[in-house]
Design a binder for this molecule. Sequence first.
Ligand code: SF4
Length: 90
Amino acid sequence: MSFYWAEADDALGGLVPARLTEPVSPHLRCMKGTATKPVRCIALEGEVGKRVSCSIYSQRPSTCREFDVLEADGSPNPRCAALRAESFSL
Ligand code: SF4
């Protein structure tokens, strides 16, 4: 889950805490913990399958902001379920 490097707070106007990110390419970064398996974002708090939350919710990258847990009709996003299933199988 990469995003444009300038979203990090060490760039002018960025919000994502840079200390929680790592470079993917000259123009992209990702959240630490999301580039290798098992995937676990450094900003995720709690236990998957029980109760989790994002410790930087108001500062999360655009990639996270654009990923809805629910579809437009209110049904669960199947991609979310697939990602959860993947994290349980690791
Ligand atoms: S929403 Fe928060 S915890 Fe989830 S991947 Fe994004 S930054 Fe990490």
